[in-house]
Design a protein around this ligand. Structure first.
Ligand SMILES: NC(=O)c1ccc[n+]([C@@H]2O[C@H](COP(=O)([O-])OP(=O)(O)OC[C@H]3O[C@@H](n4cnc5c(N)ncnc54)[C@H](O)[C@@H]3O)[C@@H](O)[C@H]2O)c1
Ligand SMILES: [Zn+2]
Length: 691
């Protein structure tokens, strides 16, 4: 291949990966490989500048803007960062900085390189007025409504030294705990899992419905403060209220922004190296994924002196950690059957130390992956820990393949119930189709049914269901409603923990039985939307269930609705509509619904008649905006009415309180601010109720 051809090829390939990464929030290759290809292209273009294409990825900041959002022009371009994986490069960077500053003294600030999405936020008179993505660096997407859902982001700043107009930049991210929670929920309703926290965050910020965004608790760490000196002076502010990056981090913290406390001032590159070494493993204790360390020259005047290249500042660099890897032996593979019947191969390894923890198991994802890796049992394999919690097997050391290595034979039958496995077109996983009888799937169905957002019988958790199944007392969740005191009292089962061998006894005493039966009885009052969610229809999560209830009002209308009607329901697409239609077409499912109906569960969504709870809100008027943790809209409205309050339909002088939730509407807030209406949050509202 000629250099020109290679330049063509690299340009096309990298542009494709960039598109997938920034527009579709997908990584088809790992960052290290991507960066190596980019470096190769930079080198080739340096040697053969005549072949460089105008659309070369070396000239542009990764992303572009999308049609779905309004376009925002950045006051200051949002650039990328030069990056490196080697300490030698860092020393070179240090030399360049020293030379650029003519030998003057300087300091560095080291920060974590948070692995999320760059956000630009504009504050005017202390109020958040705009949130934007980086886009192509010059123009980004206006995602203000989505950004407002970040709970740690102050919507209004307090303090006497807040400039009239400034921009703050930070990294929007999905905390690891939240990433896991969402994936558990997705697994529960059969949605494909989110691949990693970065891509999940990027996809979430681009959602059209900020109500959906609010349900995923995004967070944001601030790392940069920008002000236009002329505009500042015109507004009567200091031209440069802070003179160093350090001062800016302290000021942002003081004004109420979320600044990760992990940053450190370093006197020289040696201290920088120490910081890097310290965080190479410590970073895994952070609540979010990081992929390196960012090193910035501290003083602003020195930053200006060093300036920028077309793509990145000369006064900063990112040191990226190569995903932590270790070599160990693959002893065997366990095939786990998940809640939805998907079979996941898990590698059992000789324990090895990886990024500060002992790893014994790693994910192999699916059959394709095993084939792609070409793994055999007893091979020496590489395991890596990336942004995900569970490490994964990434390769084989063929030079170490032992004589007794064995090919991996993928099971043809479910390891839990021996049903032949099937593979749906276009899907990577094999499934066990025995939804009702396969033990892990059956167990999952029960657990789904009792969860708080469904029937809320959580007193049945922790092994109790397993025991009821074992004793033959329940075959379907409908059987809960036939359980009697006599059947339950005295039941006992001993559970042994596989890993530790510790024994745990679960036994049903008088009080336990009472609690369970009470919770079962109480569950009959759960609203129709919860019941619909509890049925466990694939892809029907609790939000979808609410929309269906809003639309159809009762079960009979929903059950008899043809596909054509189902797809017209807000937020129900062809996939959900098909799943619903298929579910109701099964006589067995219809019989299940009828049993639950006879048991007394709610199958109609009429608004409940207001039952007076008190008069703590008497004579006061309310309006709400956004979504709330403890109440649905209906519940909040009912709460206000039940306590003597009155709900208004818009912001006016008559309004006493605006209750502000996540993803609150900017127009309501600014109008309320103008009219001097008191704004309260969910906690303050609860306090008014005395809750
Ligand atoms: N795997 C793939 O398919 C693929 C595709 C495209 C890009 N990438 C990866 O993305 C990189 C380029 O992406 P980029 O330009 O978005 O990011 P970058 O790695 O060049 O770094 C710049 C970004 O770092 C972030 N950042 C995090 N912490 C920061 C801090 N403390 N201070 C300042 N900035 C901070 C900001 O969002 C900023 O925009 C590539 O090097 C590659 O590794 C991967
Ligand atoms: Zn099975």
């Amino acid at each position: 291949m000629t250099p020109q051809e290679r330049i063509q090829e690299l340009t096309d390939t990298l542009n494709y990966y960039n598109f997938q990464y920034y527009q579709n929030s997908q990584s088809e290759i790992d960052d290290f490989t991507f960066d190596r290809m980019l470096e190769e292209l930079v080198d080739l273009e340096r040697q053969y500048p005549e072949f460089r294409r105008p659309d070369s990825p070396t000239l542009r900041v990764g992303g572009t803007i999308s049609k779905e959002f309004a376009t925002v022009y950045h006051r200051f371009p949002m650039l990328s960062l030069g990056n490196t994986y080697s300490e030698t490069d860092l020393v070179e960077f240090d030399n360049r900085v020293r030379k650029g500053l003519d030998g003057a003294d300087f300091e560095y600030i080291c920060e974590q390189k948070f692995d999320g999405v760059a956000l630009s936020l504009t504050y005017q008179n202390g109020v958040l007025v705009q949130g934007a993505t980086r886009g192509d660096g010059v123009r980004g997407d206006d995602i203000t409504a989505n950004v407002r859902t970040i709970r740690t982001l102050p919507l209004k700043l307090h303090g006497t030294d807040v400039p009239a107009l400034f921009e703050v930049r930070g990294e929007g991210f999905l905390p690891l705990s939240e990433f896991e929670r969402i994936n558990k929920e997705r697994e529960d309703i059969g949605e494909p899992l989110l691949a990693n926290p970065r891509n999940a965050a990027s996809g979430t910020f681009k959602m059209q419905d900020s109500g959906m965004v609010a349900q995923r608790r995004l967070d944001c760490y601030m790392y940069s403060f920008l002000i236009d000196p002329e505009a500042a002076q015109a507004a009567g502010d200091q031209a440069e209220p802070v003179k160093t990056h350090e001062e800016s981090l302290l000021a942002l913290t003081r004004w109420g922004f979320n600044v990760s406390p992990t940053w450190k001032k370093c006197a020289d590159i040696k201290e920088v190296m120490l910081y890097i070494n310290e965080w190479e493993t410590k970073r895994f204790t952070l609540p979010l994924a990081t992929d390196g360390i960012v090193i910035k020259v501290n003083r602003y005047d020195q930053q200006r002196e060093l300036g920028f290249t077309a793509k990145s500042p000369r006064w900063a660099i990112a040191f990226k950690f190569k995903a932590e890897a270790a070599a160990t032996t693959l002893n065997s593979i366990t095939y786990q059957v998940g809640r939805t019947g998907a079979v996941t191969p898990v590698a059992n390894l000789t324990p090895v130390l990886l990024a500060g923890t002992v790893v014994k198991r790693a994910s192999l994802h699916n059959a394709n992956e095993i084939e792609r890796l070409g793994i055999r049992l007893h091979d020496t394999v590489f395991v890596e820990k990336g942004g995900e919690i569970i490490p994964k097997v990434t390769g084989v050391d063929l030079t170490k393949r032992p004589a007794d290595s064995e090919p991996v034979v993928y099971p043809t039958h479910c390891p839990a119930c021996q049903t032949p496995l099937i593979r749906k077109e276009g899907e990577a996983h094999f499934y066990c189709p025995n939804e009702k009888g396969c033990p892990p799937q059956r167990q999952a169905r029960f657990e789904h049914f009792i969860q708080r957002k469904a029937m809320n019988i959580e007193s049945l958790g922790e092994g109790k269901i397993e025991m009821l199944i074992d004793k033959g007392l329940v075959q379907s969740p409908a059987d809960f409603y036939d359980l009697t005191h006599g059947q339950l009292l005295g039941l006992e089962k001993v559970f042994a923990d596989e890993e530790t061998g510790k024994r745990r006894v679960v036994s049903f005493r008088e009080k336990t039985v009472d609690n369970i039966l009470k919770a079962i009885e109480k569950s009959k009052g759960q609203p129709f939307a919860n019941v619909l969610f509890a049925l466990g229809i694939r892809y029907v999560g609790n939000t979808t269930a609410e929309k269906l209830v809003d639309y159809f009002g009762n079960m009979d209308a929903l059950m008899t609705a043809p596909y054509e009607t189902l797809v017209t329901v807000p937020e129900v697409g062809p996939r959900i509509a098909e799943s619903l239609a298929a579910w109701f077409a099964e006589p067995e499912n219809v019989a299940y619904v009828e049993r639950l109906r006879r048991a007394g569960l709610q199958f109609a969504g009429e608004r409940k008649v207001v039952e007076v709870e008190g008069d703590s809100l008497a004579g006061k008027t309310f309006l709400y905006t956004g979504t709330f943790a403890a109440y649905s809209r209906e519940e909040l409205e009912a709460k206000i009415a039940a306590n003597g309050g009155k709900l208004l339909s818009g912001v006016s002088k008559k309004l006493n309180y605006l209750i502000v939730g996540e993803g609150a509407g900017p127009s309501k807030i600014s109008k309320a601010t103008q009219l001097g209406v008191t704004m309260i949050d969910e906690a303050q509202f609860k306090a008014m109720l005395g809750e």
